[in-house]
Design a protein around this ligand. Sequence first.
Ligand SMILES: Nc1ncnc2c1ncn2[C@@H]1O[C@H](COP(=O)(O)OP(=O)(O)OP(=O)(O)O)[C@@H](O)[C@H]1O
Length: 873
Amino acid sequence: MLRRANNAYEPPAGKKDQLAKQLFPSSSPAQDGNIEASLKKARQSTQSIAGFTGLTNKSNPLYTKSSNIGQGLKRKSDSFSSVFSRADSFQDTPNTIDLTMDDKSGSNRLSNSNYPVHFDENDFDDDADLDLDIDYPIPSATTMAAPPKHLSQKRVTAPQSPYALPQQSRYLARTNTPQHPSSSAQTWSSSSPSHLAPPPASLIRQQRELQNVREMFADEAADVAPRPAKRRTLPWPQKRAEEDEIAARNQERAELLASQDTSASSAPIVCFRCREKGHSIRECPKSKSRGSEWDYTPIPKDKSMPWNTTASAVKEQQKKFKDKQKASRKVDEGARQALEDHNKRKNLALAPISLSEEQKRVLDLVVKQSKSVFFTGSAGTGKSVLMRAIIAELRKKYVKEPDRIAVTASTGLAACNIGGVTLHSFGGIGLGKEDVPTLVKKIRRNQKAKLRWMRTKILIIDEISMVDGDLFDKLEGIARSMRNNGRAFGGIQLVITGDFFQLPPVPDYDNKARGAKFAFDATTWPTSIHHTIGLTEVFRQKDPVFANMLNEMRLGKITDETVKAFRRLSRPIKYEDALDATELFPTRGEVENSNAFRMRDLVGKSYKYEAMDSGTITDVGIRDKLLSNMMAPKLIELKKGAQVMLIKNMDDGLVNGSLGKVVAFMTETNFEVYHRNPDILDDGVPLEELDEEDQKVRTSILNSKKPAPNSGREFPLVRFSVADGTSRDLLVQPEDWKVELPNGEVQAQRSQLPLILAWALSIHKAQGQTLERVKIDLRKIFEKGQAYVALSRATSQAGLEVQNFEKSKVMAHPRVAEFYNSLYSVNKALEHPKVAPLPKKAKAYEDEFLIADMEQSQGHDFDEEEAVMAAYG
Ligand SMILES: Nc1ncnc2c1ncn2[C@@H]1O[C@H](COP(=O)(O)OP(=O)(O)OP(=O)(O)O)[C@@H](O)[C@H]1O
């Protein structure tokens, strides 16, 4: 009939197309009647969306790269009053010179004091050397997101299913429907009904395809395999069958998981269909099973019912369940904390250490009263902590004129530790071998150095024990000459710290016969320093017995009992976390050998991290020399299992000196996955228990697979041992070190991982560090002060192993002992009848070097002559 009507009706030319177009509502993709073209278009847009999603998943836009937190004050430890702290150690030697001078030498004209930081184009040459390991071909996001080829081809030819079932089920459902060959656009009006019947060949091909797909989804679709065609089937029971099948499977999986979880095993079974307890969906009376078919009794719609949930909601439920399971599993706390550490570091300000009373008094003298001060004390009395606090306060005070403060130290390493430059660099004196007039001429030719001498109001010198006495005198002379000011150091306020019992000045090979000349030996020392203060509270060692042993050693007055106690420390120590003590050596060669030997023992891929150096110094040779003083090495090679030490403060728990082991190398993206599920690195968890993404991440990390080029660089994941006995994981990323001039000019800068190999360390590099585990063989010691520096790094006897302890190796320099004894004689002087007696606690410490703060403890003003005699014998 239709054919007849069709034949009878001959539409006017051009109308056929219009009619075809009207058949599709405007929202339909096939408005021009060309279904294939429209489907193609739709597919393309879907693919591009899939590609985009793939990309955004890979690079989480919410992720912000962690950056350095500022250096700060560290170590949360209970304040401990050492055996020395009973004395009030402040001593105010006569101070009649007014140091609150202002530079009237035209310094205010110096408007160009702030030099811009200059980066030479060659500064970043090292970029090319970075071992990025990223030469792999990138699979395009669209390729990654696209389904298997054969499936996507089928999807093109298949008509849209009206039911939003999972892809494979949808495909199965469609296979009962005759396929429309869509190779050309056919409008119904022009199609012969016979065209709708598939040709015999295509029917066979279709059946084959159907068979393939059935096999492919055999697991998911076993129970919904198409039954012999019914005469008439409404689409909804089919959809229900599949949805219920999914629900049944979900329930079975949930029950299986619950049975593995002992904590949940007592929970009763709940039907996913009717929500009643005591039976599963397969036994549900409301859904009778007939073999692989299901008879569906319509049940009133209830949103809360599980079968009304969409496939994505079911997935969501599954995910929640899995997450719960994972959360209940015991995981390494350190790993759980890892990402928080990683992400918080950026904003986390280190909790400042609250200064002790004696530290505060020094701070006050320097910052508020602008006095020239030398503060000293045994190892661990917080000299560095105090110095950093002083610098911070002075920077606040001179916030508008930062170049008024010159931060320097005797060595490059010490200078780096406080963010300054060497004394030589500051002075612009090169090696400083010439006499003062020659050096002054040299400086006058150097505009920058000249400006520094004119502008500086406060000169900070750290690790004074390594400053040569002659150099001190020369600098003093230069300052007077350059500033045309006859006062000591040309009126510059000095803030000096260090412990002369520690490492002495580097020997002057041109002047060997002279021997070591300390800064306190300098002629101008007494006139330049107006307050000498001894810090007495030891913070590093909490055990007073150990602190006392170290102090005896420092003074070179070691008792037999102490010798015995040190000899008892020769036992080998085995630590539970398999982290070895750091062995200290006097020479760099011994350190390099020891670390290289241990590295060779490790199997596995080696990762090299080369520093990125820059700065205003364009001469790479000079810059390298400057940077070679830094703790951060030019190149660090790491392997899984390498023992490393953190060389920057990260937060209260992860500090400069923290010891750790490299446990893996990973990108930031993989690190986030690791944070979500630390099981990916747990050998005890079988691979099958991880979901697909986690499996991939585990495989790529364990097999040291190169990351995809756009997924970022791999960094070491280090498990640090924390003082409280726990461990913490940190993905260690580069930090910056700078050599900065007082005017803010960054002479040299290094960006490198804040790590060094830590099986062995030089005593020189260890100076200033606090170490939980130390090992030392005293046979190797050759210099005075070396043994004291090495042993006093340890925080406790439990973490110290000493081999071959000999009294003769524990040498204090006689002149240093003399100097400190002369300071001690101040106390004797204080017992002069004219003077009010010392407080009792100070008297009890007559045997120790002690410098009393006359202003504070006596409330008595000495006349200048009397005090000078007292202080310097
Ligand atoms: N006021 C304080 N409160 C708590 N801890 C402190 C305080 N001052 C210093 N410390 C801690 O004591 C330890 C030693 O401090 P620091 O390195 O400043 O001592 P030092 O005198 O410079 O030692 P060294 O002479 O060996 O370099 C550090 O761990 C530091 O955090």
